[in-house]
Design a protein around this ligand. Structure first.
Ligand code: COA
Length: 258
């Protein structure tokens, strides 16, 4: 397989929108993300990037197929949920270039494409100019979560080697629907386990499914799993379906010219 990497700035990503949506849904279905993909949400998310002329998508292509992608956007052009933690800390939002995510199909991993994604996005930030920091956020899961596959290898060492440092006081909370236990078992053809079936945020949806992305919350319950009553007390009745779970993401930062 021969992979080529190309960079799309701003609206240039639009022709790839549906391929990217499918890729994100496929990769983020797995641990640790467990994201029950929603094409409409994906299209809105990608449109927000395409609407910023300073955003970037680094695409990895095998022939015409998009097999990997990585995104970046000036934090000032991104949503309030991502900006607020930086403001609270007293950092200038305009000095941060935010990296959205990297996704690569499993068969193409371990060949250096993940490093290329960082190289290209950091180069884009330098070309734009004016940034002191590059940043991204990473999902945190309970260390004893029974859904973690035995062979799972976290990315922390990779990120640390690239000069990124985990920030204890910078995090945001996003909400998304996780696949329910029964559909995951069918997908993976695995027998049920009691601990997975019992997890409260894996309930079936009541009403329409919700969207990824929400306000920040400094005080999630310890397990990061919340009840509807807790959600209402915190956010009011407006937003979340019963199937959505709160997910805490921690920011990692690196000085751009370090
Ligand atoms: C994160 C991701 C894009 C990395 O892509 P990749 O092309 O496999 O990464 P690279 O080949 O550039 O490797 C990066 C580092 O991880 C190491 N690595 C990669 N796969 C590994 C594996 N299976 N076991 C051990 N180390 C591995 C590499 O050796 C390298 O470390 P090094 O610099 O010390 O050599 C890819 O794994 C992925 O899509 N993961 C799922 C989605 C995700 O977690 N995204 C990140 C958060 S949004």
């Amino acid at each position: 397989m021969s992979v080529r990497v190309t960079t799309c700035v701003g609206p240039a990503v639009t022709p790839h929108r549906d391929d990217l949506a499918r890729l994100r849904i496929a990769v983020f279905r797995d641990w640790p993300y467990l994201y029950e993909g929603d094409l409409d949400h994906e299209r809105r998310y990608l449109a927000a990037y395409a609407n910023s002329p300073r955003s970037v998508f680094v695409l990895a292509l095998d022939g015409d197929a998009v097999i990997g992608a990585s995104s970046g956007i000036p934090l000032g052009d991104d949503g309030e949920a991502f900006q607020a933690p930086f403001r609270t800390r007293g950092m200038a939002v305009d000095e941060v270039c935010y990296f959205g995510e990297s996704v690569l199909l499993r068969d193409y991993r371990g060949q250096g494409i993940g490093h290329t994604f960082f190289d290209e996005r950091e180069a884009h930030a330098r070309r734009l100019g004016g940034f002191a920091w590059t940043a991204f956020c990473a999902l945190e899961r309970d260390a004893d979560d029974p859904r973690c596959p035995p062979a799972y290898r976290p990315n922390d060492a990779f990120w640390a080697k690239r000069g990124y440092r985990r920030q204890d006081d910078l995090f945001c909370t996003l909400w998304w629907t996780e696949p329910d236990a029964a559909s995951e078992r069918r997908r993976k053809n695995r027998p049920p386990t009691a601990s997975v079936a019992k997890r409260p945020c894996r309930r079936r949806a009541a009403g329409k499914s919700g969207s990824l992305g929400s306000p920040n919350s400094p005080d999630l319950p310890p397990t990061h799993l919340v009840t509807n009553a807790w959600r209402r007390s915190r956010y009011g009745a407006r937003i979340f379906s019963a199937s959505e779970c709160a997910h805490r993401l921690r920011f990692w930062l690196r000085p751009l010219d370090a």
